[in-house]
Design a protein around this ligand. Structure first.
Ligand code: PLP
Length: 420
């Protein structure tokens, strides 16, 4: 048998900086759809989805086939040096999927953080302004600019000193913790009053459902108010759909359900079924604001990842996964609401489509991160992989592949209920 988890953990501790967190002390041997098998042969149901990357499951056969075909042709040329069709075709298909009845273009990069960096660069070039408004609880990545936009310092920016300037923080609506939509809009007005004039703000960046921030869902009305504020002041609206995109919420992009369009939309994670790919899609005139050579990167839009993403889009159509996200979401939500009826530590069940989470509180109403962390650990012992999130790390989020069977989902839910 291969080395066991414990000895691999010891090697990991010697070789990898402690800043690279690892939630589960498990080393994977192989995986398929919603199942991970570790190096000791233990099987886990995967409700973590590699942090929202596996909407089409581990190693979807269609994705694997497309990748193999691409590997037989070429693996890299750098799009800026010698272009290739899968990049262009993927951009065409993303342009058609991003909500908005206007001409669009798409830039492909490699990670969600890069997508956000580039969205801000494009917004700055297009408006001639530098400021950005971002939300408390928002998460946009681990590069310096995206860390500055991220509304949670611990642990992401801890010990790193000053972040790039020009980012102003608004409040995000959260009824459970006493922040109304009016409070959130008012916090933006306060920024305009006290910190920066609207004419200095290039963009407002928002996750339609905050991911790392605890699956907090923006209402369509709130998004419409943001859109109106942006229009009033000539500020660009960036929808960060890195976690909400690629069908998780029951529409390919969550903004479809919000009744507003963004000027720039970022995506990543599940779009390429486990291969590194991300991008920014936006109005043509904005996307063309940066001079040739100003966008891109050596590996940006790698052809193997593009082939994987094209297969993911086909799988969504062939397997009707948007409808599946909605029914799965209903199933998860009703199961969790049943649990919440008898377990008062579950203060709220919320989500959009199959992006579902629940928040754990103590009897005195304080967030309960210890309970969340014990639940994650207990569930792992029972062979279910879970993830927590949220401002207070007291939210359990469910990111099971949309391709998981009802039986697998029920089994995972039963384990979780038992652990609670
Ligand atoms: N934006 C959102 C909403 C995210 O959830 C994430 C990652 O979790 C990012 C950006 C950063 O993506 P990446 O980790 O691929 O850089």
């Amino acid at each position: 048998m291969a080395e066991n988890n414990e000895s691999l953990m010891q090697r990991r501790e010697q070789a990898v900086p402690r800043g690279v967190g690892q939630i589960h002390p498990v080393f994977i041997e192989h995986a398929e759809n919603a199942t991970i098998v570790d190096v000791e042969g233990r099987q886990y149901i995967d409700f973590a989805g590699g942090i929202a990357v596996l909407n089409t499951g581990h190693r979807h056969p269609k994705v694997i086939d497309a990748v193999k075909r691409q590997l037989e042709l070429y693996t890299h040329t750098c799009f800026q040096v010698v272009a290739y069709e899968p990049y262009v075709e993927l951009c065409e298909r993303i342009n058609a999927l991003v909500p908005g009845d206007f001409a669009k273009k798409t830039l492909l990069v490699t990670t969600g953080s890069e997508a956000l960096e580039n969205a801000v660069k494009i917004a700055r070039a297009a408006t001639g302004r530098a400021g950005v408004i971002a939300f408390a609880g928002g998460y946009h990545g681990r590069t310096m600019m995206t860390l500055a936009m991220t509304g949670k310092v611990m642990p992401y920016a801890s010990g790193m000193g000053l972040m790039p300037g020009g980012v102003f923080r608004a409040r995000f609506p959260d009824a459970l913790h006493g922040v109304s939509e009016d409070d959130a809009i008012d916090s933006i007005e306060q920024i305009f009053k006290n910190d920066a004039e609207p004419r200095d703000i290039a963009a407002l960046v928002v996750e339609p459902v905050q991911g790392e921030g605890g699956f907090r869902v923006a209402s369509p009305q709130f998004m419409q108010r943001l859109r109106a504020l942006c229009d009033l002041h000539g500020i660009l609206l960036i929808a960060d759909e890195v976690q909400t995109g690629a069908g998780r919420t029951g529409s390919f992009f969550a903004m479809e359900q919000m009744g507003v369009t963004a000027d720039l939309t970022t995506f990543a994670k599940s779009v390429a079924g486990g291969f590194p790919l991300a991008g920014v899609c936006g109005r043509t005139e904005l996307m063309d604001a940066i001079a040739p050579g100003g966008l891109g990167g050596t590996y940006a839009g790698n052809p193997v990842s593009c082939a994987a993403a094209l297969a993911v889009l086909d799988v969504f159509e062939e397997e009707n996964l948007l409808a599946r996200a909605r029914t799965l979401g209903d199933m998860l939500t009703s199961r969790l609401r049943q649990l919440a009826e008898s377990d008062k530590r579950i203060a709220e069940v919320r989500g959009l489509g199959a992006m579902v989470a629940f928040e754990l509180m103590k009897p005195d109403g304080a967030p309960d991160p210890e309970l969340a962390s014990r639940l994650v650990m207990r569930a792992r012992e029972k062979q279910l992989l879970l993830l927590s999130c949220g401002q207070y790390a007291n939210v359990i989020r469910i990111l099971v592949p949309l391709t998981a069977t009802d039986a697998e989902v029920e089994e995972g839910m039963a384990i979780m209920a038992g652990c609670l």
